[in-house]
Write a protein that binds this ligand. Structure first.
Ligand code: GLC
Length: 447
């Protein structure tokens, strides 16, 4: 008897869990969601931009927390902020030349400084030497270059006096018993109103916004979760003001099927297409050139051209997007290393973007040849073999006999001769000399 009751209880709990996982905030159907996200799924490659007062210390956008800097000690960065060389049109041109189709700018990062003219704070760019709404100029410039625009907005705020001190705050106590004392007089409800008001400004004052990147939740003791942000209400407001917008997954609304549009693996490569509740989900990995997001003068761990290209290709080969970050300097420029990295990607994309845009994971029955990555365009039925390690002459495509109409290099559209083998494979005759592209791509027109 006891066993049966236990069994029924477990079943009920499972069903409840299921129900919870399927809760929805809106009435949008799956098909409508796919349509809303179609451009993003096609474009695959975007630019992240982390810019704020932390570009002055130039040693990580978390410098205020890492070094436990007080508001008054951090003030010198506000007082000296003057990006006199800021020309967002130049930024947009560089993004576009790299093959990026959209961009996401930090309108406010964890330090709390706003790059936009908010009615709700004095801690903003219009009150610094530059006197400009930097977000407004940025939106206009990126739109003018034909890029989609997105806003990053930090849920976390290390400057707002009502934002309670938590375990990543610059003023976090050494002794956990001290949190209560430190938080006396701070009122998260007031901060929540501030946060909703600012997001409302961003969703109202800058025209159509394509992406919203809210960052981030860290539930648990001395952490922050969806209750702190009022995430349900916040997301509903965002969707009402910007019905077409695409929103990330850091609001701590994972119990809702539509609590996010895509997941955001950060600074690591996924081993396979990410899943939630047994289903493949849309995803975008965000990555840096050198480790930190904000401009970091002395960082030496820059990824090279090939590593960056592999990041992009591998993401698409698993059905995902890449959001690659630039941290502009405090003068408002892309540092020479960032410019070089972008140009390198642009050289490759100029001739190979067909293997990225509109592409996704190859059908499951196609085998990946050694030392390669596959991307696939389901509309044109073209398969792309990215040669990570250029082979010597004979290159075999296992099990592809009878499946290929035509083969060519993508960068120069030159034919690659092919032969069927007795084993049912296809052998390609590649030139001995590696073509002059970082990662050569073979385009296969499938039957
Ligand atoms: C993290 C970091 C942050 C960065 C972001 C980008 O959550 O806090 O500095 O902006 O990831 O994904």
């Amino acid at each position: 008897m006891k066993k049966i009751t236990l069994g029924i209880l477990t079943l009920l709990l499972l069903m409840l869990g299921q129900l919870e996982a399927q809760q929805k905030l809106s009435t949008e159907t799956d098909a409508q969601k796919e349509q809303r996200m179609a451009w993003w799924l096609n474009d695959r490659f975007g630019m992240f931009i982390h810019w704020g007062l932390y570009s002055l210390p130039a040693r990580h956008e978390w410098v205020k927390s890492n070094e436990r800097i007080t508001d008054s000690a951090y003030q010198k960065y506000f007082d000296n902020f003057n990006p006199d060389l800021y020309n967002p049109r130049e930024w947009a041109r560089m993004a576009k030349a790299a093959g990026m189709k959209y961009a996401v700018l930090t309108t406010k990062h964890h330090e709390g400084f706003c790059l936009f003219d908010s009615k709700f704070t004095e801690y903003k760019s219009t009150n610094t030497a530059i006197r400009k709404d930097l977000v407004k100029e940025w939106v206009e410039a990126f739109r003018a270059e034909g890029l989609k625009v997105g806003f990053y907005y930090s849920l976390i705020d290390w400057h707002h006096p009502d934002y309670t001190i938590d375990n990543n705050h610059p003023q976090r106590p050494k002794n956990p018993a001290d949190y209560d004392k430190l938080n006396k007089g701070r009122d998260m409800a007031k901060y929540r109103t501030y946060l909703h008001n600012q997001v409302k400004e961003l969703m109202t004052n800058y025209g159509k916004i394509d992406i919203l990147w809210l960052d981030f939740s860290f539930p648990g003791e001395h952490g922050k979760d969806h209750n702190d942000w009022g995430s349900e209400e916040l997301l509903k407001m965002v969707r009402k003001l910007q019905p077409g917008i695409i929103v990330d997954d850091r609001l701590d609304l994972n119990n809702y099927d539509d609590g996010f549009d895509f997941v955001t693996p950060e600074q690591y490569k996924v081993s396979e297409w990410p899943m939630r509740n047994g289903k493949k989900v849309h995803w975008e990995t965000c990555q840096t050139f050198s480790g930190s997001w904000g401009y970091y003068r002395d960082e030496t761990s820059w990824k090279d051209n090939k590593q960056l290209l592999v990041l992009l290709i591998e993401s698409v080969s698993k059905g995902g997007n890449l959001l690659l970050n630039v941290g502009p300097t405090s003068r408002g420029l892309f540092d020479y290393r960032a410019q070089k990295a972008l140009a390198g990607m642009g050289d490759w994309m100029t001739v190979n973007s067909r293997a990225i845009y509109g592409c996704t994971q190859a059908p499951a029955d196609i085998q990946r040849p050694e030392n390669s990555l596959l991307t696939y365009n389901p509309v044109t039925k073209r398969l792309y073999v990215h040669l990570l390690d250029y082979p010597l002459q004979r290159f075999e495509l296992p099990g592809m006999k009878g499946k290929i109409k035509y083969a060519q290099f993508l960068h120069d559209g030159s034919e690659i001769k092919m032969r069927n083998t007795d084993k049912g494979d296809v052998a390609l005759d590649l030139p001995v000399l590696k073509p002059n592209v970082e990662i050569p791509v073979i385009e296969l027109v499938l039957e």
